[in-house]
Design a protein around this ligand. Structure first.
Ligand code: PRP
Ligand code: MG
Length: 185
């Protein structure tokens, strides 16, 4: 893989590491949901796209995929106020829902969406996140399936972005913020 961005620091999780971990998560989910007739993987746009499309290939069960698009009000720092930009299409009443995201940071996004989904009466609701930035947590939320815990670095790749850049990298790398600001101001 030759292509990169000029602002990349170091690789935290390689393509191979991610692949192995996603396979393991897929195996676990396959085991846990065997027999479920209504399994829904519900991804949060846009960060979860690469993760959910890899993960769904590793879940060897019949399933449905759906998405919600959400954003936090104003500013880069998560405010705790989450806006639904586009809702899922499945009526999730009676479904076994796994809410999928790339990263849990403050936890506000998952906490808010989880509450909203529970009101819609799924049969079960679990949370699956590839990355968990434990130190940054502001609200306590369960992560039932977690890929990796990580320190408080700014990371891009595998769906994660800095100002919409870097999502297409097949690995997860830190951002060299000095370099980034030199290039983009
Ligand atoms: C990011 C990330 C998570 C959320 C985590 O999404 O993908 O969804 O923030 O933050 P939190 O735990 O502090 O709520 P973002 O809103 O940046 O949009 P994106 O998915 O389109 O990148
Ligand atoms: Mg997101």
């Amino acid at each position: 893989h030759d292509f990169s961005y000029d602002f990349i620091g170091e690789i935290l999780f390689s393509q191979e590491e991610i692949e192995r971990r996603v396979q393991q998560l897929g195996n676990t989910i396959t085991h846990d949901y065997r027999g479920s007739e209504k399994l829904l993987l519900l991804g949060l746009l846009r960060g979860s796209v690469m993760f959910i499309t890899d993960l769904m290939r590793k879940v060897q069960l019949p399933l449905t995929m759906d998405f919600m698009s959400v954003s936090s009000y104003a500013g880069a720092e998560s405010s705790g106020f989450i806006r639904i930009d586009s809702d899922h299409k499945t009526n999730i009443a009676g479904w076994d829902v796994i809410l999928i995201d790339d990263i849990v940071d403050t936890g506000y996004t998952i906490a808010t969406i989880r509450k909203l989904l529970l009101d819609r009466k799924p049969r079960s609701l679990k949370v699956c996140a590839l990355l968990d930035k434990v130190e940054r947590r502001k609200v306590d939320i369960p992560i039932d399936y977690c890929g990796f815990q990580m320190p408080d670095y700014f990371v891009v790749g595998y769906g994660l972005d800095i100002d919409e850049k870097g999502r297409n990298l097949p690995y997860i790398a830190s951002v060299d913020l000095d370099k980034y600001h030199k290039i983009y101001g």
